[in-house]
Design a binder for this molecule. Structure first.
Ligand code: PRT
Ligand code: ZN
Length: 287
């Protein structure tokens, strides 16, 4: 039978939908993808999808039941498994932080000495405590960590934070960041040569999709005398394309702009005489 790779993704939760749409954007079509399935296979790529709780993914990838996995770096780090991190995926960003009741006059880490801290991340917390010479009691609980101080179960918590609104609505404040996380693709350490060929194809597609997301196609019009000034502020992958417009003395300039440079460059372009600026999403980009 022809070689196929198996990728574990979160069955239902914050990362599930984005993980699947990323695979879809890589041109991978899933058959038998009904709700409740444990395994779905791609009809047009040698890949099978295994749906799991995110906490189970590290072990499955380490022991080779799955070749690949998409999950938060926080879960990989907490599990302590040995897997290869292949790629940061630019979604699912959050941080593992220590938080204390809002009314605490918090000065520094010494505050935690002798305190009780509730968390679902005991391993990362204990490592942090050793590194920072803190002696506190760690209470491991599996959900709703943020209510622990209010019900007298703990003095502080160590939990994931993204917007901070959960902490706020529970009367807590974030005081230390232990770990910054985003979704990553991880791989088993011993994928064979045939598997690596498939993996490289998948990574090539992922790169094209992710580079495209970080770039915009830009088209603008300018009087010919402004063209060289405009080109000087356009970073583009190569040199920008300049085409004459039907209106005499005018040109259109086409280029690609990185998301990060975007607003700065737009301001520069306007001040250098650009008009009718169009910004268009790019679907795939191979550089
Ligand atoms: O059922 P399963 O075990 O698969 O899912 P789960 O409930 O363990 O995980 P899930 O779906 O909640 O999160 C999956 C992954 O998403 C996490 O492992 C992180 O990598 C990532 N992620 C990103 C987050 C958050 N942001 C996040 N805000 N995971 C959890 N939260 C929770 C946090 O625990 C807290 O309760 O959201 C709350 C805080 O959010 P804010 O926005 O109020 O700060
Ligand atoms: Zn989980």
């Amino acid at each position: 039978m022809a070689k196929r790779l198996r990728i574990a993704v979160q069955k239902s939760g914050r990362l599930s939908e984005i993980s699947l749409s990323l695979l879809e954007e890589c041109g991978i079509k899933l058959k038998n993808n009904g709700k409740g399935t444990l395994l779905a296979s791609a009809s047009n790529f040698p890949l099978d999808i295994l749906y799991l709780r995110d906490d189970d993914i590290p072990q499955y990838v380490e022991d080779g039941t799955a070749d690949l996995g998409i999950l938060g770096e926080n879960v990989v780090a907490e599990s302590g498994v040995i897997v290869k991190t292949l790629k940061k995926l630019d979604f699912g960003r959050c941080r593992l932080s220590l938080a204390v009741p809002r009314n605490v006059d918090y000065q520094d880490l010494n505050w935690f000495n002798g305190k009780r801290i509730a968390t679902s991340y005991p391993n990362l917390l204990k490592k942090f405590m050793v590194e920072n010479h803190i002696k506190a009691e760690v209470h491991t609980i599996s959900g709703s960590v943020e209510i622990a101080p209010n019900i007298g179960l703990a003095d502080a918590i160590c939990d994931l934070v993204s917007s901070g609104s959960t902490l706020l609505s529970n009367g807590l404040k974030e005081v230390e960041i232990l770990f910054k996380s985003e979704a990553v693709m991880v791989a088993n350490q011993n994928i064979d040569a045939a598997g690596l060929q498939i993996l490289n194809k998948l990574l090539f597609r992922l790169d094209a999709v992710m580079t495209a997301k970080n770039n915009k196609y830009i088209i603008l019009n300018a009087p010919n005398e402004s063209v060289s000034g405009i080109i000087s502020v356009l970073p583009g992958i190569k040199s920008p394309t300049v085409v004459p417009l039907a209106a005499k003395g005018w040109s259109a300039i086409h280029s690609v702009l990185n998301e990060e440079q975007f607003w700065d460059v737009i301001d520069d372009l306007k001040s250098k005489g650009a008009q009718g600026i169009l910004v268009i999403p790019i679907e795939k980009m191979i550089v």
